[in-house]
Structures are given as structure tokens and as C-alpha cells.
Design a binder for this molecule. Structure first.
Ligand code: ZN
Ligand code: ZN
Length: 303
């Protein structure tokens, strides 16, 4: 086969099989979202210490989202890249791999893990000692000086997963993650998300947190703001207990934004998420998803 024809053939294969969940949706959002809304859980009264208590936010309706010209994938930029930074052991490397698999399902876009970068990429001038006397890295440096300069041509977004703790500015004690929408880059730290028992990492609990924070940060990069509509992955979080209380479930409004923007088939996505949650024993997320599958069954009896 001539090189050009071979290339065309490979491109065709990629177009057919590389689109993940992206195909013409099998159901309209007008039919789907009101059913999912029945499973939305109302937000409780905010208490001191909660994100919303200290950061009163107005939220973002589906209509506002549609009007704001959100970041969308196109023919040139549609790949989500994950950049690990740190000296990770096998358990952490597996967690990063599984997080990338989840991100691919969650957003219905091809997701690629780049080759690890070492911690020596951080100059001393942008680090400080955190509350546990471990090194903390200034997160905006990672966004602006590391990621923005390494953006692959076909990247819709590039997110780093770091071993080190992060701080967003000198006044804050830490941050789980940070995103720069304009530059389509983000960073999530594993430092506080890893659950350890006697120095051994609890893989299930750590993965549950990591996919929550990573999908939250990448959703920001598709211009989805913090959610005040219902209990949702897109709620802001001030602490690890608040992150743990959030579900690995987008509320109906945030689901509408994601499906509308990325043109994902909701039932293909649900089926893949169900397989992922079951395989990794993420029982909380699985039971919420089963409830969504059940309530939307009239629209898709085969699932
Ligand atoms: Zn956020
Ligand atoms: Zn929401």
C-alpha cells in the first residue's frame, strides 16, 4: 500500500474508533435531564468551614453555559493530556493510569498519559515548606511555566498530576488543584488525596478521590463553573472531608452542560462508567449511577 493511502486508511480507522463516546446522542437532553433531576440531592445549609460559606458563589445555569461560548473540542484540538510530575511508585502509576481511563470515559475524549517529569523541574524559588514540613509547590508556576509551554498541538487540555502539595498564593495554606481556563491547563496534587493505612495506600479510596478532583478540574477547563444547583462533583471544596462528601456524580444541570458541549451519548457513557466503578469497587459512585440508569430506563430499556 502506498504511504499516502496507508495514512488515509489509518486516519479513517482513527476517526471511526478514536471518537470514544462521541457520536450522535441517542436521546434528547429535553427528555433525559428532567429524569436525572429527580435524583439530584439538594445542597444542605452551608456551615462555617464549607466552601460556599467562605466563597459565596452564584453558580451557572445551563442557559448561561450555552450562552458563554464554552471551550469545545474541534477537529484540531480534542485530546486530553495528563502530565505526571514526581517520583511515583507502581501503586501511584496505576492510580494515574486508572484516572486517565476514567477521564476518557467521563469526557468521551481520547486521553493520553505523557512521560513522567521529575520533581527537579521545580526550582527552589517556587517551593516552600507546608504545614507538615513537606515541600509545597507554587501551583501557578506549574500552569504557566511548565504546562502552557508544553501544550501538544492537538490538546484540548493538559493537566498535571503532581506528587507534591500545592499552594495557589502565599496567603493560602494549600490547594487540591488549580486550573487556568484561558490557557487550558490544570494541575491536581496527589499529596492529600492518597489514603494511607500503615503506610500502605488504600487504592480504592485514593482512586475515588483522584477521579473526583481530576474530573472537577478538567470540567472547569470546559468552562463549567462551580455548581450551586445540587450536590455535585462540581461543588467547590475547602477541605478533604468536604471533598469526600461530594459524590462522583454530576448533577442534572452539570450533566446537561457536559453532554451538550461534548455531544456524548449518555447511555454509552453510563455503561462505561458502570463498568469502571464496578471494576474498581467504587460502590458509592456505582449506586448513584445505578439510580440514574434506573430512572432513565424508559428512554433506554437496553441498559
Ligand atoms: Zn473548582
Ligand atoms: Zn452540578
Amino acid at each position: 500500500m502506498k504511504p499516502f493511502r496507508l495514512l488515509s486508511y489509518l486516519l479513517f480507522i482513527l476517526m471511526v474508533f478514536g471518537g470514544c463516546n462521541q457520536r450522535k446522542p441517542s436521546v434528547t437532553l429535553e427528555a433525559l435531564i428532567p429524569l436525572l433531576a429527580q435524583n439530584d440531592q439538594a445542597l444542605g445549609v452551608t456551615q462555617p468551614g464549607d466552601w460556599l460559606f467562605h466563597h459565596p458563589e452564584k453558580g451557572q445555569t445551563f442557559d448561561q453555559y450555552k450562552r458563554c461560548n464554552p471551550v469545545s473540542p474541534d477537529e484540531e484540538r480534542s485530546v486530553i493530556y495528563i502530565q505526571p510530575i514526581g517520583d511515583f511508585d507502581d501503586t501511584c502509576n496505576a492510580l494515574i493510569k486508572h484516572t486517565a481511563e476514567y477521564i476518557q470515559i467521563f469526557f468521551g475524549l481520547r486521553t493520553v498519559v505523557l512521560k513522567n517529569l521529575g520533581n527537579d523541574i521545580f526550582p527552589d524559588t517556587i517551593t516552600r515548606r507546608g504545614e507538615y514540613n513537606d515541600t509545597q509547590v507554587y501551583a501557578p508556576y506549574i500552569l504557566n511555566e511548565i504546562l502552557a509551554k508544553r501544550m501538544p498541538r492537538d490538546a484540548i487540555t493538559l493537566m498535571a498530576l503532581t506528587e507534591k502539595d500545592l499552594y495557589p498564593n502565599p496567603d493560602w495554606n494549600f490547594v487540591f488543584g488549580l486550573a487556568n481556563l484561558r490557557k487550558s491547563v490544570g494541575v491536581t496534587s496527589l499529596y492529600r488525596l492518597l489514603e494511607k493505612q500503615d503506610d500502605r495506600i488504600d487504592k480504592t479510596r485514593s482512586l475515588e478521590r483522584l477521579i473526583k478532583v481530576a474530573s472537577h478540574e478538567i470540567s472547569h477547563m470546559f468552562t463549567i463553573h462551580h455548581c450551586t444547583h445540587a450536590v455535585c462533583t462540581m461543588n467547590g471544596s475547602n477541605s478533604l472531608p468536604e471533598t469526600d462528601q461530594k459524590p462522583n456524580r454530576l448533577c442534572s444541570q452539570c450533566t446537561a452542560k457536559l453532554l451538550w458541549n461534548l455531544k456524548i451519548d449518555p447511555f454509552v457513557r453510563m455503561e462505561k462508567l458502570r463498568n469502571f466503578y464496578a471494576k474498581h469497587h467504587l460502590t458509592g459512585a456505582l449506586s448513584l449511577l445505578e439510580a440514574d440508569i434506573n430512572i432513565t430506563k424508559p428512554l433506554n430499556p437496553s441498559l
